[in-house]
Design a protein around this ligand. Structure first.
Ligand SMILES: [Zn+2]
Length: 409
């Protein structure tokens, strides 16, 4: 078992770095706050008896050797960067739980066949450069030099920020792990939703990570005088959009797993007394199952066309982004479910609606995740909270999962 007090104490110490007046955390990549956070975590890794290094993209890594040092490594971790005014647990829990399980193993004299590394990935959130998952893309060998030209609001590029932190942007290729060198990646993360809380469970096993599909709907009708145009003579794109939005809610809802969200809506020209001539709105559609996602998307498009035809509206649908969903490894899910059962927890599986670093690693190794309960589902917010007990439950499930994957020495 892990030491819950030590894990909690480290979480609280890390949460002092980048603390805002609101109580929230702002720790953006390659800033003094992030540097201070890395230095603190480096100290924790050394206390845990790990060999510590930083790779060419700034990932902080602590390693515990295995009985067979040539065996592929079992990787655990998460990130310690944050969004603006974010919470204390999104990211840090996974990194510090990784440090804690290795600390506990060393204290308890537990040896494994495979080496185990805990990693704090560089810039998962993408807050500073509007471009995230830099560290995980780096070790997966996906990060291109051209991607480092993304700039922050002051015009400083990722490459420049790397140089300011003693890293060589031309050397990022060296961070890539060779194929076959990583046995598994497992991440403990807060759920950031209300599913575990609603089921009164402290821990969940993640079945997959939903891939977001982003599209823009553009509807054109005929602008007109709100007073002079009878209802029967209107071609109102906003009324059509309203119908489509209800269809989105219905079609996503039918599946029981998919989620569809319209988060942006603009009506033009946008006058109180003008029937809009044009409307644009966004759709974010997610599911962990590509087939379900495809089906819901096709159905929404079919219904939208029907609605627009009936109303004499021109419809255009623009694809903004299509990220495929990730299925978590069966072996890792099973190891995590067995870990839950051995600790007396219900082995509950659930999808992740939010994106995580593991999405970048699927070409490198099998991936898996464990969720810890979030209070009220609040995240990316100073009020984000996971209790000490729930952090410990998640860390203990991670501990047993990793022991099973890393094998007895
Ligand atoms: Zn996160």
């Amino acid at each position: 078992m892990i030491n819950p007090d030590r894990l909690w104490d480290r979480l609280m110490r890390l949460s002092d770095i980048g603390k805002q007046e609101s109580g929230g955390i702002t720790r953006l990549s390659f800033t003094p706050e992030e540097r201070a956070a890395k230095d603190l975590v480096r100290g924790f890794m050394l206390e845990a008896g790990l060999a510590v290094r930083e790779d060419e993209v700034g990932n902080l890594i602590g390693r515990k050797e295995g009985g067979n040092p040539e065996a592929p490594v079992v990787l655990v971790g998460s990130h310690i960067d944050s969004v603006f005014n974010g919470g204390n647990f999104d990211g840090p829990l996974g990194v510090l739980a990784g440090v804690e399980i290795l600390h506990a193993m060393n204290e308890q004299g537990i040896a494994t066949e495979h080496p185990i590394e805990v990693i704090a990935f560089t810039d998962e959130e993408g807050t500073r450069f509007s471009y995230g998952m830099i560290g995980s893309r780096g070790i997966a060998g996906l990060l291109e030099r051209s991607e480092l030209e993304h700039c922050d609001k002051d015009g400083i590029s990722i490459a420049e920020a790397m140089r300011q932190n003693g890293l060589d942007p031309d050397a990022i290729g060296k961070a890539a792990r060779p194929k076959g060198s990583v046995k598994a990646y497992v991440e403990l993360h807060i759920e950031q939703g209300k599913v575990l809380e609603s089921r009164n469970l402290s821990v969940g096993v993640v079945s997959g990570v939903a891939g977001p599909l982003w599209v823009k709907f553009i509807l054109e009708g005929e602008a007109g005088h709100a007073g002079a145009t009878p209802m029967t003579l209107r071609r109102d794109p906003l009324a059509a959009a309203a119908e489509i939005m209800l269809a989105i809610e219905q079609e996503a809802g039918k599946t029981g797993t998919a989620v569809g969200t319209v988060g942006q809506l603009q009506a033009y020209p946008g006058g109180v007394n003008i029937i809009p001539g044009k409307v644009e709105f966004s759709l974010d559609l997610r599911d962990v199952d590509q087939a379900v996602l495809d089906r819901v998307e096709a159905e929404i498009v079919r219904v939208a066309k029907q609605i627009c035809e009936k109303r004499g509206i021109q419809l255009a649908i623009e694809l903004l982004q299509r990220i495929p969903p990730v299925i978590c490894s069966e072996e890792i899910q099973q190891a995590a479910k067995d870990a839950c059962e051995s600790l007396g927890f219900e082995p509950f599986t659930m999808p992740s609606g939010a994106g995580h670093d593991c999405m970048q690693l699927t070409g490198l190794c099998p991936v898996g995740m464990i969720f810890a309960r979030s209070q009220k589902g609040i995240s990316h917010n100073p009020a984000e909270y996971t209790t000490k007990e729930d952090c410990a439950d998640g860390a203990n499930v991670l501990y047993r999962t990793v022991l099973s994957l890393a094998g007895k020495a």
